[in-house]
Design a protein. Structure first.
Length: 232
């Protein structure tokens, strides 16, 4: 297997041709126009790189996923949810959420959310494909997440928190809301300890791609991604 160099044509190689070292690296180059990003997600591919690199495209095996109804809710998270201390919304502040996800990582271990990524995912939001969940303390945004919707599949991209358990509360809200609207699967891309603590599991890439093909053709409720306040 070899790494595919993309040009301006709108295409991707078969995800099964991805490298094993590094695991899942499929292609390099191309652009981040919304049309290419949507094609990537529909094929089970996502961009992940830093500002010193050209776009890198990945489809790892295995794939980290969570079925919304199987989210693990710890005692502390359940208690926080019952307290109703924070207000939770959908699609009220997408640009602020992705901005926080970027700048908080710039101050820490680094970020793959380049200015080009931020700009084009905001374009996807305005086109109705990218969505956010926000957690508010009064009028202050204290946590959130964003991703891409493909029918009954939600492709999670990033999350942030400024308060304890804030991003977990956003994930809980997403899972409950998405499930009520007919959603069946959330793609978490790559596993990590934080995601495992929420009940994320790993699927073989072949199984994930099979479900992706099925779920992206099945719509959720028309009201799912309308701007709204959530009750969890």
């Amino acid at each position: 297997m070899f790494l595919t160099q993309l040009d301006q044509r709108l295409w991707f190689p078969d995800p099964d041709t991805a490298l094993h070292d590094p695991e899942g690296l499929l292609a390099i180059g191309g652009d981040l126009q919304p049309e290419r990003l949507l094609l990537a997600y529909r094929m089970g591919i996502f961009p992940w790189y830093d500002q010193s690199q050209p776009p890198l495209w990945w489809s790892p095996d295995p794939r980290a996923v969570i079925e919304p109804k199987r989210l693990h809710v710890s005692r502390s998270l359940a208690k926080l949810s019952r307290q109703q201390k924070y207000r939770i919304t959908v699609n009220h502040a997408f640009e602020s959420v992705i901005h926080h996800c970027r700048v908080l990582r710039e101050d820490g271990p680094g970020t793959w959310i380049t200015p080009d990524i931020q700009h084009n995912y905001c374009r996807l939001h305005h086109q109705g494909y990218a969505h956010s969940v926000e957690v508010w303390d009064d009028q202050k945004l204290v946590a959130g997440l964003y991703g891409i919707s493909l029918g009954k599949l939600f492709c999670g991209e990033s999350m942030f928190h400024l308060v304890n358990n804030g991003s977990k509360l956003a994930m809980l809200a997403l899972c409950r809301h998405f499930s009520r609207q007919g959603g069946q699967l959330i793609d978490c891309q790559l596993p990590n300890p934080h995601l495992h603590s929420l009940g994320v599991t790993s699927w073989p890439r072949s199984h994930f791609l099979h479900k992706l093909k099925e779920l992206q053709t099945e719509p959720v409720s028309a009201s799912c991604w309308q701007p709204q306040e959530l009750s969890i």
